[in-house]
Design a protein around this ligand. Sequence first.
Ligand code: XMP
Ligand code: MG
Length: 178
Amino acid sequence: MKTVKLHNKTFEVFIAETEISTIVHSMANQINISGIKNPLFIAVLNGSFLFAADIMRKINIPNCEISFIKLSSYLGTESTGEVNELIGLGQDIKNRNIVILEDIIDTGITLEKIILLLEKEEVNDIKVATLLFKPEAYKKDIEIDFIGKSIPNDFVVGYGLDYDEIGRNLPHIYKLKE
Ligand code: XMP
Ligand code: MG
C-alpha cells in the first residue's frame, strides 16, 4: 500500500516497515552497549506504543523495566495557569536510571515538560531515545541521546503516530502527499 487516505488527506510511504525495523534494532544496540545500569524505560503514550514494544524485544540489559506514562495538562488556578502532570507513574522512581521512549520529538516542548516532571521525582539519570526527530523544528537544548532517524519538518503518521487519532495501526510511516 503506497498511499493511504486518512480523514480527508492522502499520505505516502516515507519509512517502510523494513527500514523501521533496522532503525529500531540499531537503537537497541546503542542502548545495550551504553552502560546504563538497571534502566527503567518510560514510554510516552499513545504514540510510542509500537516503538516501545519493538525496541524492548531487542534490549538485553539485565534487570531492565518498562513503564508507560501520558502527559496531561489541565488549567490550574489563575496564578498557576496551565499545569502538566504525568499519568500512569504508579511506582517510586527515586534514584532510577530512566530512558524516555518517544515516537517523535518536534519542537521539544513535550519532552521538556516530561523531563521537568521526572526530575521532581528525584531520579538519578534521564536519557532520551526517540524514533524520529525533526531538527528544523527543535527549539530546546536538551540533549537527545538516541535518535532513530532525523526527518524534515513534514507531518508523519503510522507505526503509532496518528492523524487525529487514526493511522496508528499502519506498519509503515507515511508522510503527507503534496
Ligand atoms: P513537540 O513539539 O512537543 O511534539 O516536540 C511532540 C508531540 O507532537 C506530536 N507530533 C506529531 N504527531 N505526526 C504525528 O502524528 C507528526 O509529524 C508529529 N509531530 C509532532 C506527537 O504527539 C509528539 O509526541
Ligand atoms: Mg498525536
